[in-house]
Design a protein around this ligand. Structure first.
Ligand SMILES: *[C@@H]1O[C@H](CO)[C@@H](O)[C@H](O)[C@H]1NC(C)=O
Length: 289
């Protein structure tokens, strides 16, 4: 349980007390929980399968997915993004219900940049088939210099996107106000590395420089804790799951402070305030919601 080191002893204890056998354990190796979905030749196991390297070159990008689907929980992994001149590359880490019509999806997309210019993290939330809820944040560190933890917490109260310990996005459950919230469909965990230089960097102005290829990204500490589906419906409804606990139903005071800091200093785009796209403010964006 190497990733538990970042917890305080108390939260670790609470976590252990709340442990239930239906919750999947932390995988030791990539292939225990994941499989390659795109371009086998471009994903290499390293460190005995406890880490992987993704490759993007002119022949192909690549991708992987969890073998199972989960209803509520938390997924996290450590990622070291493409270094140097990564303009035009996109690394995605997301959950997806894999249903065409009424898709639910929670996205992290890392948009590369020219050497020395900041990576952008775009997040999006699809609920009951509707997305178009992009937000963009500039990272306050170089995500290619070292591994950082990216996680998605998903419970009955909200969805929170974290970069290390810092919440960068919160999507609350406002079903009571008629706002859709992903709740009914299990989601799988996915990641891809690909080329999208028609839109990724400065809106597509900066093209990928293939003379810098191959591009590499690294992943480790794969951690999925959630209710595996198909499985007993009672698991997802169980308020004793640690991710449903009172500490996870809203941001802690410390998290709320960090979130405010991100909102003030690092948000570079928010669909909520994009009047040309949304002359009428989307309901989930209204103050007090
Ligand atoms: C890349 O760097 C430019 C200049 O600093 C910045 O405007 C842009 O938001 C950065 N990110 C992307 C993905 O274009």
């Amino acid at each position: 349980m190497a990733t538990s080191l970042r917890y305080s002893a108390l939260s670790l204890l609470l976590h252990l007390l709340a442990f239930s056998p239906s919750v999947s354990a932390r995988p030791a190796t990539f292939f225990q929980d994941f499989h390659v979905t795109w371009a086998d030749s471009h994903i290499k196991q390293i460190e005995g399968g406890r880490a992987i390297q993704l490759v993007l070159d002119q022949n192909s990008g690549c991708g992987f997915a969890s073998k199972g689907q989960y209803l509520f929980g938390r997924v996290s992994m450590k990622i070291k993004l493409v270094p140097g001149d990564s303009a035009g590359t996109v690394t995605a880490f997301y959950m997806n219900s894999d249903t065409d019509t009424i898709r639910d999806e929670l996205d992290f997309e890392f948009l590369g940049n020219r050497t020395g210019q900041p990576y952008t993290v775009q997040t999006n939330v699809y609920a009951h088939g509707k997305g178009d809820r992009e937000q963009r944040v500039n990272l306050w560190f170089d995500p290619a210099a070292d591994f950082h933890t990216y996680s998605i917490l998903w419970n009955h109260h909200h969805v929170v996107f974290y970069v290390d310990e810092v919440p960068i996005r919160v999507y609350k459950n406002n079903e009571a106000r008629g706002i859709p919230f992903p709740k009914f469909q299990p989601m799988g965990v996915y990641s891809t590395l690909w080329e999208a230089d028609d839109w990724a960097t400065r809106g597509g102005l900066e093209k990928i420089d293939w003379s810098k290829a191959p591009f590499f990204a690294y992943y480790k500490d794969f951690d999925i804790e959630g209710c595996p589906m198909p499985g007993p419906a009672s698991c997802a409804a169980n308020p004793a799951n640690w991710w449903e606990g009172s500490n996870y139903q809203q941001l802690s005071a410390m998290e709320a402070r960090r979130y405010r800091w991100v909102r003030l200093n690092h948000v570079i785009y928010d669909y909520c305030t994009d009047k040309s796209r949304y002359p009428v403010t989307p309901p989930e964006c209204l103050a007090g919601i």
